[in-house]
Write a protein that binds this ligand. Structure first.
Ligand code: ATP
Length: 356
């Protein structure tokens, strides 16, 4: 049995003069929750539709459970899709919606009934089999769509922004519900979203897409803590980016220039004179009322402090006009409000991205 459940090899999809997916190669493991994340138009839905079989690639290969499926129609693939708009049949009740794919497969009636009961229980809608979709809440409709897609026992479930239409509270609840469901079933989920927080919460691994390409593939913490491109650093969470050059290199440590100050960074793979961008997360920056002994410092002026519930977000301005955002725990701001601050961070807090 191959380890990879889904494999895309150099997949390209062109629509007339528009390249929607550009040389995408990705291996998705058996039983993994993988999210394709990126802004609108980056090609994630097109990638998913090619795995489902609704679109055929212009070039490249797609393997499902070890078999090349290019050219094979959707119903002959071991996948099923849950769409954002649910796509439930309005004239059928919940049980009939879930049974639909099983009837198409000509399963025996008794077996269909058993499977429908199992699916209703899986998504905790045992009492709702007789209801029509318009008699359900958004979250319940979404659960029916998931139950219907799972009823045919696909090896891979494809989910295209399935929580997009739900309000924030329900959406957060459904994120955990879906993740737990996937863990229980152990089947491969490929989830598409533009919501970075959703991707971080739910996924085993995230593939960040940008302009049809895969910019980075990694665990949520790798993507958040070690972004490899400026796009990934900026798209995932909030960050401070400093475009700079390596001024000095002495073995393990390199120094880059930020506002005339030599800031130490991990020197691995760097050389003097090289153009780089530093990415420093707001929660990794420390504020103080006077320079910390032994640390570099940047002097900064307070612009505004914003209370955002769990955090206090402080926006500061460096002498050249560059803004720096610092996030502190709301209940424990380090220092009281004042005009002048000193800003510093530990060497490990700065991610160095080579400027292309
Ligand atoms: P969204 O989050 O807005 O759905 P996406 O990342 O899923 O965006 P896609 O829907 O895959 O992006 O679209 C990628 C690009 O391909 C876009 O520029 C889009 O306009 C284009 N595209 C998608 N489908 C077609 C089509 N059937 N014909 C022509 N162009 C298309």
């Amino acid at each position: 049995m191959p380890d990879n459940m889904v494999q895309l090899v150099n997949v390209v999809k062109e629509f007339e003069d528009n390249v929607a997916v550009n040389d995408l190669s990705i291996d998705i493991r058996r039983g993994e929750f993988l999210t394709l994340l990126g802004p609108s138009g980056c090609g994630k839905t097109t990638a998913l539709r090619m795995i489902a079989g609704f679109e055929q690639p212009t070039r490249g290969e797609i393997y499902l459970d070890g078999e090349n499926v290019v050219g094979r129609p959707p119903y002959k693939r071991v996948v099923n899709t849950v769409f954002q708009n649910y796509a439930l049949f309005p004239h059928m009740n919940v049980a009939e919606n879930i049974a639909f794919g099983l009837k198409m497969k000509k399963m025996a009636k008794a077996e269909i009934n058993e499977q429908v009961t199992r699916m209703l229980s899986l998504v905790q809608l045992e009492a709702y089999g007789e209801r029509r979709p318009n008699q359900l809440s958004g979250g319940q409709r979404q659960r029916v769509a998931i139950a219907r897609a799972l009823a045919t026992n696909p090896k891979v479930l494809l989910l295209d922004e399935p929580l997009g239409a739900l309000d924030l509270k329900l959406r957060k609840q459904m994120q955990l519900e879906l993740k737990h469901l996937q863990q229980r079933l152990g089947i491969t989920f490929i989830f598409v979203t533009h919501d970075q927080e959703e991707a971080l919460i739910m996924s085993d691994r995230i593939g960040v897409m940008h302009r049809g390409r895969l910019d980075q593939l990694g665990t949520p913490s790798e993507i958040y803590d070690k972004p490899r491109t400026i796009f990934v650093a900026d798209f995932i969470g909030e960050t401070n980016l400093f475009s700079t050059v390596v001024t000095k290199w002495d073995g393990n440590t390199a120094y880059v220039d930020v506002e005339g100050c030599g800031v130490p960074v991990d020197g691995t793979g760097l050389r003097a004179g090289e153009a780089v961008t530093l990415s420093v997360r707001p929660e990794r920056i420390r504020l103080s009322s006077k320079p910390e002994p032994g640390f570099f410092y940047l002097q900064a002026r307070l612009k505004e402090r914003i209370f955002v519930g769990t955090a206090l977000k402080t926006v500061l301005v460096l002498p050249t006009g560059t803004e720096v955002v610092v996030s502190e725990q709301a209940l424990a701001p380090v220092i009281s409000e004042q005009d002048e601050y000193y800003v510093t961070w530990n060497m490990e807090a700065a991610v160095v991205i080579k400027t292309e």
